[in-house]
Design a protein around this ligand. Sequence first.
Ligand code: NAD
Length: 457
Amino acid sequence: MRISVIGTGYLGATHAACMAELGFEVIGVDVDPAKIQRLARGEVPFHEPGLPELLVKHVDSGRLRFTTDYAEVGGWADVHFIGVGTPQKDGENAADMRFVDAAAMSLAEAITRDALIVGKSTVPVGTAARLREAIAARRTENGLPGRVELAWNPEFLREGYAVKDTISPDRLIVGVESAHAEQLLREVYAAPLEQDTPWIATDFQTAELVKVAANAFLATKISFINAFSEITETVGGDIRTLADALGHDSRIGRRFLNAGVGFGGGCLPKDIRALQARVSELGLNRTMQFLNNMDEINLRRRDRVVDLAAQLLAEDRDDDGRTHTTRTQILQGTRIAILGAAFKPHSDDVRDSPALDVANRLFCTGAATAVFDPQANANAAARFPRLDYVGSAEQALRDADLAILLTEWPEFRELDPARVAELMRTPRMIDGRNVLDRTAWDAAGVHTVGLGQHIEP
Ligand code: NAD
């Protein structure tokens, strides 16, 4: 079977390499010629563990190729996966569907034989049905040969584990309208199906909704524990113990109950906003109102870190016997080490990253910020060029008045607090991810405060 993958970003490049690994001949298609040239040379344009090895292996074997030309795949592939972006529209909650629509129409015009188009992008419910009609109309207009069907197969991969999640997914969901489409997809996923991966064949709407429902649920879990953080910050109590205790209830589970600076990235925030926009379009405004609260709770965590930074730094200024009333007055002239820039560890993705949002707010309020991320400095610098980026955690921490851990990379967890105490001007840490042993850090001389912790005003 021959497969094309349209869009070669995080999802598409991974999917293309994994399909080659599963034994198929694959061509990746993207409108970005620079990206295509790099991939064709065997270079992954982003950080994803395990992907560089797969890419090189299959580019070298000739099983995996890349092109910017739809015509090359139109008469060639049996199955075309669409994995282009669905970002949030500027100034609106809704998803920007231009890229998915353009990819679908380009395929509709390029395909000259029987083929199955399979959407993988995360889309508002109703998209597949709309595209089915649009594709058929365009092909009739152009009088093209071949029977073209559409299916929807949402993607659940996690950046940082993308290869494993693609080759051995937790479940496979396909929205199909014929036994033939389901059969083709069963052939594509024969390897994971042999490992008893749950297979759910359903209609378009359910397939589209499973993805956004999963993301909305995960976002809700994170915001739920962060709402309780607001309570423990006010009255006291230990948010980590609360999460552990809740997590022992097998109906609830411990995962996604880590209180901290909240979620970000290229998926959860925009997906819950797109869902709100879509239900509102459907006249169901009240149905998903709670998502608005979830989003607000999440964003308030970023404010909390900035407030906490100002509160801790104000202590120094008060020692000088001067009164500092505004955040700007407090933050002016301070140096803050920002540990982390990616929205989560094991990724260099900085889309809607809480770490960078916090760093940028502190910078705009007058602090000098020294940012270090093991993988994401370059992407971060492209988005926020005015922040100062350094090459190691030690460089960031040197002479800092405050450090803030914002992405829970293992190497930050493994920092030696005694060494950190030596490096910093004032050894003080905000643990924005609640991953440090605060007792050990305090004992080593670094005053450490976590999100969710009650601090005397
Ligand atoms: P991305 O921005 O990394 O990649 C999108 C790619 O599509 C880019 O390389 C872009 O140049 C290309 N593109 C845009 N228009 C095109 C066109 N008309 N033809 C061909 N290529 C085109 O995005 P991503 O993170 O890979 O996400 C893609 C989709 O997958 C989104 O809907 C996202 O919500 C979903 N998704 C992403 C992840 C993830 O972890 N990144 C996980 C699950 C689902």
